[in-house]
Write a protein that binds this ligand. Sequence first.
Ligand SMILES: Cc1cc2nc3c(=O)[nH]c(=O)nc-3n(C[C@H](O)[C@H](O)[C@H](O)COP(=O)(O)OP(=O)(O)OC[C@H]3O[C@@H](n4cnc5c(N)ncnc54)[C@H](O)[C@@H]3O)c2cc1C
Length: 448
Amino acid sequence: MSRLPRNALVVTGVALYPLAAVALFFQGNWYSFFHSYSLGMFFGLVSYCYFAVALVLGSRVRALDRIFGHDRILVMHGIVAGLALGCGIAHAVLKKMYFTEDTLQSGLGLLALALFLVVILMTVILMLETPLDRMPPLSRVLGFLKSRMRADYTLLKLLHNFAAPAFALAVIHVILASPVQETAGKTAFAGVTGLLAVAFYAYHKIARPVVSLLNAHVVTDVKRLADGIVEIGMVPRRGRKKRHVAGQFAFFRFLDRSCGLGEHPFTISSAPSASGTAITVKALGDYTEKLGGLKPNATCLVDGPYGLFYPADADRSLLFLAGGIGITPFLSILRDFAAKSREGDISLLWSVHRRDEAFALDELRSIASRLPGFRFRVLVTGEASFAGNAPDGRIDKKAIDGELARFESARDVTAFVCGPDAFRRSVQALLEESGVPEKNISYEAFSW
Ligand SMILES: Cc1cc2nc3c(=O)[nH]c(=O)nc-3n(C[C@H](O)[C@H](O)[C@H](O)COP(=O)(O)OP(=O)(O)OC[C@H]3O[C@@H](n4cnc5c(N)ncnc54)[C@H](O)[C@@H]3O)c2cc1C
């Protein structure tokens, strides 16, 4: 089955799942649906089902990753969690209109909701970029909070995990509810929904790290490629390395005292055919700065690969656009193409601030000599270019049109963009302006 129908199938399934619950609970009783008591139950059911789905979506399910890609799943996770919270609040308000008496069951529900609300507020305010960040009075406060809290992304992720105990409380609240206990079918539905979500989450949080530990990697070398840029090579301590498709990324957790326990996403920059796995890292913050000091023999836990940032076999006219360290997926892809002598026209535009950041220049030249259809251009923005004295400036429409001119039609080009958010947005707009259809543009964001 191609990607599109599977996408549609999963999205429809997610959307309809709460409706199955509603049908089960309201069968033979539809006349009472608009009564505030029944509406309260309706919102409660939808909230519970979507809360369970949000937990599954946040559990890095490989099968889903292969259909949507990791970043789209995170967007779905956020939307579904938001719906669950909204319906949960509507449920609590409507129920309060009928039941003023506080019971253990209702107390557990309120506690679950409060915890869930805190997790969502914290995520929206501290972990995501939202329009609130651009509103003048709020932007200062949010900027201050973010700079303080983002210093410890691992702590933020830990707090985000409080959604799991909130869900556990919600499961007990739902199972104890009298409409759920009415029939064995309703109790089973609520129980299985809760159990499935908890199982996925427990697999992700407990079983997966254990599997990564059993298949731990060992660092073989740490090469300095440029100022603040290192390549870290590693191999599995035993057994064979996991297969990846060029362009994919994984989560890496270095068990070294200097690094702490957090895991970070990095693109696998080595080719799939290489004997080991390599990542190429730019020091942009606390964690990435420490990676330059890693020593051979350090242990690394790898979870992955993930992502859909790779061309299909049928894509013959490829335009790659990289901003700074965003070159890493293209390095892996081009190394793979060179190893397979892949045919087709491939152009790469790589924007760097300083000339020495173009650490892969020699390798790109060597790949160009082996792949007749490949050509590349490095644009230096912050100092004199490779060709002359003036900086090249950013990738603009002229630079993009210059590359597109070699292809028969911009409409047949498949473009891949990787770099900082602002780079991605501007390049994506330029590509569309130059006639590359939106559906032909893929991008990889280096932050979520
Ligand atoms: C899919 C993907 C592929 C990436 N590939 C590469 C690569 O090949 N080379 C490279 O140099 N960088 C890559 N990055 C970026 C890299 O993960 C971040 O630069 C790094 O995690 C920043 O950590 P820090 O503590 O040094 O910086 P900080 O200043 O602490 O963080 C900067 C930003 O990075 C993000 N971030 C920090 N920690 C995490 C985390 N644990 N999980 C997720 N996001 C986090 C947050 O948005 C944060 O605001 C990639 C990111 C993603 C999402």
